[in-house]
Write a protein that binds this ligand. Structure first.
Ligand code: ZN
Length: 299
C-alpha cells in the first residue's frame, strides 16, 4: 500500500482516535442495577447455549420442548421446563425438527393423562401442547388442560391459527407459546384476556398480521412475555430483532423491559436470588440497554 491509499488509511485512523478520545471525555453514564433477563420460549436441548445466555444477561428461561430425559437436570441458567410437547402420534414436532424426543404422540385420553402425570412427577413445571392441524386432536385439548391443572401446572399451546387459539382458550389453556400468525378474530382475542402470550415475533418473520395480533392481545389485557424460540432461532442472547418488533407492536421501552425481566420473573415465580445486571442506562427509557449489560451477576 502506498501514496493516496496510505494517506486515506492514516486519516481514517486519526478520525478513529479522535472519536475514541471524544468518547473518553464524555461524562460516564449512570449505571443502573436491573433484574436479569428471562426468555420465556427456548429449546436449549436443540441449541445448548446456556453459558452464552448467562454471559449476556439471560439468567432464566422457559424450555418449551426438550427430550424427557432432560427434566430436572442441572443447567447453566435457571430453567422452567416443559419436557416433550404433547402432540398426536407422529405429529409436530416429531415429524419436523423435534424427532429426537421433543414430542410425545398421544391419540387417546389415557395417554394424555398418564403422560402429563409422569412429566409432572419428573419435575416439568409447564405442559406444552402442539395444536393446529398436525398437533393434539381437538377433543383431547380440554382433557390435557384439566390433567395439567390437576397437577398444578400451567399449559402453553403452540397455536398459530385462530381456530386453535380459540379452542385452547375455550379449553382453559394459560399461555400462547407464540403470538399466532393468522389473523385472530375479536372473540379469540377477548377470550385470552387475563392470560399470557409469549411474543416470538422475530422467529416467525414479524409479519404485520402477527404484530397486530400481539397489539390487540395486549390491549385486551393479555400479559406479554418476551420470548425468542431460541433453538429454532440462533441468536443466543437478548434479541435486538425481538425488541424492535415488540416496539412495532406498541410496547414502549418500559413495557418491553417489563416483558423481558420483571413480568416473567413474577409470572413464572422465579427465584433468582441476588442475581442482577448492571446496565449503562435505565432500560425503561431505552430497552436496548438490556442488549449489552455492563456486568452480569449470577446468584
Ligand atoms: Zn418453540
Amino acid at each position: 500500500m502506498r501514496g493516496a491509499g496510505r494517506t486515506a488509511v492514516v486519516k481514517a485512523l486519526l478520525l478513529a482516535v479522535a472519536a475514541c478520545h471524544a468518547q473518553a471525555q464524555s461524562p460516564p453514564t449512570q449505571a443502573v442495577t436491573w433484574p436479569p433477563i428471562v426468555d420465556s420460549h427456548v429449546h436449549l436441548s436443540f441449541d445448548p447455549v446456556g453459558d452464552e445466555l448467562a454471559r449476556r444477561g439471560v439468567l432464566a428461561a422457559v424450555d418449551l420442548a426438550a427430550p424427557e430425559a432432560t427434566l430436572g437436570k442441572p443447567a447453566p441458567i435457571l430453567l422452567v421446563q416443559a419436557g416433550p410437547m404433547l402432540t398426536h402420534g407422529g405429529g409436530y414436532p416429531l415429524d419436523a425438527w423435534g424427532e429426537a424426543g421433543f414430542g410425545i404422540g398421544c391419540d387417546d385420553a389415557a395417554c394424555v393423562q398418564t403422560t402429563i402425570d409422569r412429566l409432572a412427577r419428573e419435575r416439568a413445571r409447564v405442559i406444552k401442547l402442539a395444536l393446529d392441524d398436525d398437533g393434539l386432536a381437538p377433543p383431547l385439548i380440554p382433557i390435557a388442560v384439566a390433567a395439567a391443572h390437576a397437577d398444578h401446572l400451567r399449559v402453553a399451546v403452540h397455536a398459530l391459527t385462530d381456530a386453535s387459539a380459540a379452542r385452547a382458550a375455550a379449553a382453559g389453556a394459560d399461555i400462547l407459546a407464540h403470538t399466532p400468525v393468522e389473523h385472530l378474530a375479536d372473540a379469540t382475542v377477548a377470550a385470552w384476556r387475563g392470560r399470557a402470550v409469549i411474543s416470538t415475533l422475530a422467529a416467525f418473520g414479524g409479519s404485520d398480521t402477527t404484530i397486530d395480533n400481539l397489539r390487540r392481545l395486549r390491549a385486551a389485557g393479555v400479559t406479554v412475555l418476551y420470548g425468542t424460540d431460541l433453538g429454532n432461532t440462533r441468536d443466543a442472547g437478548p434479541s435486538a430483532d425481538e425488541i424492535a418488533l415488540l416496539a412495532q407492536a406498541g410496547l414502549d421501552d418500559a413495557a418491553i423491559t417489563a416483558a423481558m425481566t420483571t413480568t416473567p420473573i413474577a409470572y413464572w415465580g422465579l427465584d433468582l436470588g441476588t442475581a442482577h445486571l448492571v446496565l449503562d442506562g435505565d432500560p425503561r427509557h431505552d430497552a436496548r440497554q438490556l442488549l449489552h449489560p455492563r456486568e452480569v451477576h449470577k446468584r
